[in-house]
Design a protein around this ligand. Structure first.
Ligand code: ISE
Length: 328
């Protein structure tokens, strides 16, 4: 049976998810698209035969012709859409962050618990990225000993106008918060955010330097640089007792020309994580109707946003802030 997916939001990620489903995902189709901007939705719909257009996300979610939903609308609309999916009993893959704040994430966690089954997956697609998976498997092999420190860098060439200053923590660094927990199988317990000299390419506080401690006493540093200029670059180095694991640049053809050796960087994250997005979507589709959920769940979404909130406090107040999580 083909899963009929409705995609909410046809901006950069919504359009990308719709194309991924159409081109690469088996047993699923894009049955509907939703965007208040009809022109924008129309462009994507033009590539997907048979996709119906909606302007109201709640109408798409309620439609009997939709089996499952992808939420890729602006961050502050996520919680309402995901709660409506849970109420309708429809599986939902929600782009990160799960909600704009931890309180809204908690509403989602509680609603899903009340529904009694897993319905929510959060789009932390790095969990499906081959490079991160290899690092995690090698760590699990025990050959490297225990993980002690993790160095991460998250650089964007530039960010769009709607990207407000602290979205570097709430929208971009949340990827790091999630992948650190997943890679180290540990919880982040405290966070400090330092502000180096800012770049003149942005009015925002950019870059930021984040230091975190896990409940296994490991230290993690993350450079977040939203206007690095040269391209999209994600770097990760895991320092263990007996060796290190460094993520290699994902290149298929290294260039040697004009007396130099080089490889290109993509302008944004989509080429870098294309394979992760494909695997995430197929795994989500395949998991629906089974009792084997995959990827990050609502609780993971809550934890990442709670760490981001602690990070925003650390940015504003200075010093080390403890991460507070609700107890059940
Ligand atoms: C962007 O919003 C994303 O979602 C990307 O995954 C992230 O790497 C990037 O830094 C963000 O700007």
């Amino acid at each position: 049976m083909t899963l009929r997916i409705g995609v909410i939001g046809t901006g950069v990620m919504g359009a990308d998810h719709a194309r991924t489903i159409r081109r690469h995902v088996a047993r699923a189709e894009v049955a509907a698209l939703c965007d208040p901007d009809a022109d924008r939705a129309g462009v994507v719909a033009g590539e997907i035969a048979g996709a119906r257009l909606f302007s109201d996300p709640l109408a798409l979610i309620a439609d009997p012709g939709i089996d499952a939903v992808v939420v890729a609308s602006p961050d502050e609309t996520h919680a309402e859409c995901v709660l409506a999916c849970i109420a309708a009993g429809k599986p939902v893959l929600c782009e990160k962050p799960l909600a704009a704040g931890a309180a809204d994430c908690l509403r989602v966690v509680e609603a899903e618990r009340a529904a009694g089954r897993r319905l929510v997956q959060v789009g932390f697609m790095r969990r499906f990225d081959p490079a991160y998976n290899e690092m995690r498997q090698r760590l699990a092999s025990g050959d490297f000993g225990e993980a002690l420190m993790l160095h991460c860098a998250h650089r964007n060439a530039s960010v769009p106008a709607f990207f407000r200053s602290l979205m570097s923590i709430t929208n971009a660094a949340v990827h790091e918060f999630d992948i650190v927990r997943w890679l180290l199988d540990a919880e982040i317990v405290e966070i400090e955010v330092m502000k180096p000299r800012p770049t003149r390419s942005s009015a925002a506080a950019d870059p930021l330097f984040i230091v975190m401690r896990t409940d296994k006493d490991q230290l993690v540093d993350v450079e977040i640089f939203m206007n690095a200029g040269y391209g999209y670059d994600i770097r990760t180095e895991l320092v263990c007792e007996k060796g290190t694991l460094t993520m290699a640049p994902p290149v298929h053809a290294e260039q040697r020309i004009g007396g130099t050796q080089r490889f290109p960087f993509a302008p944004d994250w989509r080429p870098r994580f294309a394979e992760a997005y494909r695997r995430q979507m197929q795994a989500w589709v395949d998991s629906i109707g089974t009792d084997r959920p995959v990827g990050a769940g609502a609780w993971d979404g809550l934890v990442a946003t709670a760490i981001a909130e602690a990070g925003v406090r650390a940015f504003e107040e200075g010093g080390v802030i403890k991460v507070a999580l609700p107890r059940f």
